[in-house]
Design a protein around this ligand. Structure first.
Ligand SMILES: C[S@@+](CC[C@H](N)C(=O)[O-])C[C@H]1O[C@@H](n2cnc3c(N)ncnc32)[C@H](O)[C@@H]1O
Length: 203
């Protein structure tokens, strides 16, 4: 994956099954290419959001890339996605879109639910990104990461494989309210975790 907009090679993180894939193959979007092989972790993310953020009125999904899983979170009416990629503009008008570098963005508010799926692993130093996620989190933070991927599975994209539980817990800085390891049909594993706000007993 590159950080640029549009239709570049998604790479192994796009397919989730180790096969490189083009985002524009057969006029596929990133989401269309990805959802088929990644149902399990998207399902866990939705279930955990329902369980821990049932009362949420606002959401921001950081690093969304036009993924329609946010439609599943339909009890939340104030929905925003943020990404460097212009693929977020494929989402419909129920979703507000911010095309920007998250680290450079100057948020003017907090969000009840903050989500960041399959994004932190792309940074040499994910800590400033995580710190900012916590700062815009009014209530719940939901994160996913590749779990124990071999170092040669996504060598150009992922900076930390294999990512294990001690690494995840050190990055996020506190015990999750709940965590699951999602295993896709092809064996690909992702960790999904939920965190209370720091003000509610977090770091
Ligand atoms: C692997 S995709 C994850 C997409 C989606 N969350 C999912 O789980 O399928 C990672 C996304 O993070 C975005 N991203 C990377 N660095 C970013 C930054 N500094 N600010 C905003 N978005 C960023 C990329 O553009 C990309 O769309």
């Amino acid at each position: 994956m590159s950080n640029g907009a549009g239709f570049e090679i998604i790479g192994v993180d796009g397919s989730g099954d180790g096969r490189p894939m083009q985002a524009n193959q057969s006029s596929n979007t990133y989401w269309q290419a990805r959802r088929e092989h990644n149902r399990v972790y998207y399902g866990h993310a939705t279930a955990l959001a329902k369980k821990y953020a049932a009362g949420a009125a606002s959401l921001i999904d950081v690093g969304n890339r036009g993924c329609e899983y946010v439609y599943e979170w339909d009890w939340i009416h104030d929905k925003t996605v943020l990404d460097l990629s212009d693929e977020i503009f494929r989402l419909d008008d129920t979703v507000q879109k911010i095309q920007q570098d998250f680290l450079a963005w100057r948020p003017e508010r907090q969000y009840d639910l903050v989500t960041c799926l399959q994004t932190l692993e792309h940074f040499e130093d994910p800590l400033p990104f995580i710190d900012k996620l916590h700062r815009i989190q009014k209530d719940i933070l939901l994160v996913s990461l590749p779990f124990m991927w071999p170092a040669d599975k996504a060598p150009l994209e992922h900076k930390h494989d294999p990512i294990d539980l001690p690494t995840i817990h050190a990055w996020l800085g506190s015990e999750p309210l709940e965590q699951v390891i999602a295993t896709e049909r092809n064996g690909t594993q992702r960790w999904v975790g939920v965190y209370a706000s720091r003000g509610a007993g977090g770091r």
